[in-house]
Design a protein around this ligand. Structure first.
Ligand code: ADP
Ligand code: ADP
Length: 237
């Protein structure tokens, strides 16, 4: 279970991006985080794995308080949290396969992925994942030869090869057309169900969120203003 306790983030500019957030996400639950631009969605996702340092409050993943960890322990804990980004964050000149495998290293600099020889079990798992998302035949292509939807599938494989228990997903469809967006949301939610993963999916397209998730949390001005099932959400929220 993921728990946020009285989580606060105030940027140095004075922006109060998160004001006392309390939230519990049980194992295996997929949650959509919605709200207008500037509501604090990105900040919340990034405070969980401490890409952004919270100002105060606690983040717990099972028995571990992430907000207390030093650098080494944090690096290990981050392996349990896969991240998927709006703009994919792929290394363009590497192949699809190399991009997926780079997930085994955490986000420590892509040059190591060229130098390092991967264990066969990682390579096998990468092939399995690429097969699952329909990109097996693209494994040796360069990432920059692929379409947006295909690139996001690589991003999904790269997150999953970490064998995380939680996915942090930041606007996965914001750069995609409506049809591809639905495919990507469906894929992420199916994979979470297959693997028993929890996920927080930051998404501003409310209708898309309602289609696929069982719980919607609405943020506005850094506060939770809605928390419930997708059908309880009125159109003006
Ligand atoms: P979003 O699409 O999530 O609203 P933004 O365009 O607001 O993203 O932010 C893009 C980048 O700029 C992010 O890395 C964010 O952290 C940073 N950023 C956003 N707002 C500010 C700000 N007021 N001052 C400094 N950096 C900001
Ligand atoms: P959302 O993801 O919902 O669009 P963000 O978390 O990006 O919201 O932003 C929440 C608030 O924090 C906004 O007021 C934004 O301008 C501010 N903010 C985000 N990133 C930074 C940053 N790096 N420095 C200063 N302010 C920021």
């Amino acid at each position: 279970m993921l728990q946020l306790k009285k989580l606060v983030k105030t940027y140095r500019t004075g922006d109060q991006a998160l004001k006392m957030i309390d939230l519990e996400v049980p194992d295996g639950q997929v949650l959509a985080l919605i709200g207008p631009s500037g509501a604090g969605k990105s900040t919340m996702i990034r405070c969980i794995n401490r890409l952004v340092e919270p100002s105060s409050g606690e983040v717990w993943l099972d028995e571990t308080e992430l907000t207390r960890l030093g650098a080494g322990a944090l690096r290990r804990a981050r392996r349990k949290m896969g991240m998927i980004f709006q703009e994919y964050a792929l290394v363009e000149r590497l192949t699809v396969m190399e991009n997926v495998l780079s997930g085994r290293l955490g986000y420590v600099g892509f040059w190591r992925s060229l130098a390092r020889r991967y264990p066969q079990k990682d390579v096998d798992e990468a092939f399995r994942l690429l097969d699952r998302v329909g990109l097996l035949h693209m494994a040796d292509k360069r990432a920059d030869e692929l379409s947006g939807g295909q690139r996001q599938r690589i991003g999904i494989c790269r997150a999953l090869i970490q064998d995380p228990k939680l996915l942090l997903v930041d606007e996965p469809t914001a750069s995609l057309d409506p049809k591809t967006s639905r495919q990507i949301m469906r894929l992420i939610c199916e994979l979470c169900a297959e693997r028993g993963l929890a996920a927080i999916i930051n998404i501003h397209d409310v209708a898309l969120a309602q289609m696929f998730v069982s719980r919607v949390v609405g943020l506005r001005f850094g506060e939770i203003v809605f928390d419930g099932g997708p059908t309880e959400l009125s159109p003006d929220k």
